[in-house]
Design a protein around this ligand. Structure first.
Ligand SMILES: [Mn+2]
Length: 419
């Protein structure tokens, strides 16, 4: 028996709320159907975050249903199991589950319970591959899924599910348990990974997955990895959900079983459609260096180029640069890159006013400070270069306007007292 394990698709995701990922997702899903065929998969297990949000755009939902139809057409006998992640709406993901079940697609939104409150194990424990495997499909657990009187809700719910699955398991049947959660020991290195707590528990414990569970298919962490033993795995996201994932090779997992045990685990690398560029490669660089690096970028291929690299630029500024964005955009004109993030790192010392005893000169009240000293201090906090003559003249004009005829130190002191 062979299963393919994938996770964290985040259909409907955008970068900075505006750059759509539709093309990348479409390429991935087409590749995934082909991978199911090539690998002759008996089951496909999708461990949550099918969608990026609880209210995905219609285009994302269409992509999901078109994928299921294409997978069913290409692999009529393959079982498909999907659980909801913390980004999915359990109700919305599960809304079509009755229809999908007729097609051999099991979608578990929320944790199903019977009228008497007990877990509906018939819905969660699903035989696959003609009975060679049993998938205990536990979705992301929300407060509503977790009775409040449980001391360790994750351990008890998983304990109940695993016990129920054991009771149904026949000898030599593989047992696969799913989860969408943070398991202690997993490496959550990326910006796109949001820590979630379940019933007040930040990290789940490995003891929820006893040794007789053949394979644990996890979602939530976007970098594929094993946790604890080799057979407990995060599949990771198939596309970069934040630009700091640039160096990571996205993958899905192929797991082979014989006599109920894992015999081989392979990572199948997902082809990356869109390259991620960063200028400079790490850290920040002065504007001159950044502009030179942008100038050296490859020229644009054409207006309908769907796979222009994403670009993140980090500029180190030693003085204000009001035209920064337009300078960067001009430099990128005709280049094959789309600016997604422009970050500024100020080179000033970042020190607080109170850290400069030389400026305070024994003053104990703000009103006793010379406004020019305060301005100079504020400036050096952000910028290493001193303010220009124009900036200083502008500040003097403002100061005169604000203070009016209140230049008399006695009046200033009076103001300080009343404020
Ligand atoms: Mn996710």
């Amino acid at each position: 028996m062979r299963i393919l394990h994938t996770s964290d698709w985040h259909l409907g995701h955008t970068l900075r709320g505006e750059v759509t990922r539709e093309h990348e997702h479409q390429v991935f899903l087409t590749w995934l159907v082909a991978a199911c065929v090539r690998e002759a998969a008996d089951a496909l297990v999708i461990t949550g975050d099918v969608f990026d949000s609880a209210t995905p755009p219609a285009s994302a939902e269409r992509m999901w249903f078109e994928f299921l139809a294409a997978a069913r057409r290409a692999m009529p006998a393959m079982d498909i199991i999907a659980i909801a992640g913390n980004h999915d709406s359990p109700a919305r993901l599960g809304a079509a589950s009755a229809v999908l079940r007729e097609l051999g697609v099991h979608v578990i939104g929320g944790l199903p319970r019977r009228a008497d409150g007990t877990l509906d194990l018939d819905r969660i424990v699903i035989p696959v591959a003609g009975g060679r495997g049993l998938v205990a499909a536990v979705p992301f657990l929300r407060p509503i899924d977790v009775p409040s009187d449980l001391e360790d809700p994750l351990v008890s719910i998983y304990g109940e599910v695993v016990a129920g699955a054991r009771a149904r398991r026949s000898p030599d049947q593989a047992l696969i348990v799913t989860g969408h959660l943070y398991v202690a020991g997993a490496d959550a290195a990326y910006l796109s990974e949001r820590r979630v707590s379940i019933g007040g528990v930040e990290a789940a414990s490995l003891r929820m997955f006893p040794d007789d569970v053949s394979y644990v298919a996890l979602g939530h962490i976007h970098r594929g990895q094993r946790v604890g033993r080799d057979t407990i795995r995060y599949a990771g996201a198939p596309i970069s959900l934040a630009l700091d994932e640039a160096g990571y090779r996205h993958q899905i997992v192929a797991v082979d079983f014989a006599d109920g045990q894992v015999t081989e685990i392979r990572s199948l690398l997902v082809p990356q459609t869109i390259e991620i560029l960063r200028v400079p490669k790490r850290g920040a660089a002065p504007l001159g260096e950044v502009l030179a690096a942008l100038d050296a970028l490859e020229p644009a291929h054409g207006v309908d180029d769907l796979v222009r690299p994403y670009l993140e630029v980090v500029v180190a500024l030693d003085k204000p640069e009001p035209k920064l964005r337009s300078l960067i955009e001009t430099a990128l004109d005709g280049k094959r890159a789309r600016l997604v993030y422009l970050h500024i790192e100020h080179t000033g010392d970042g020190a607080a006013l109170a850290d400069r005893a030389d400026l305070l000169r024994g003053a104990t009240r703000l009103a006793e400070l010379d406004p020019r000293d305060v301005f100079a201090r504020l400036w050096s906090r952000k910028h290493t270069e001193a303010p220009s003559a124009e900036v200083l003249a502008g500040f003097e004009r403002l100061l005169a306007e604000v203070q009016g005829d209140a230049e008399d130190p006695a009046v200033l002191r009076e103001r300080g007292r009343s404020s």
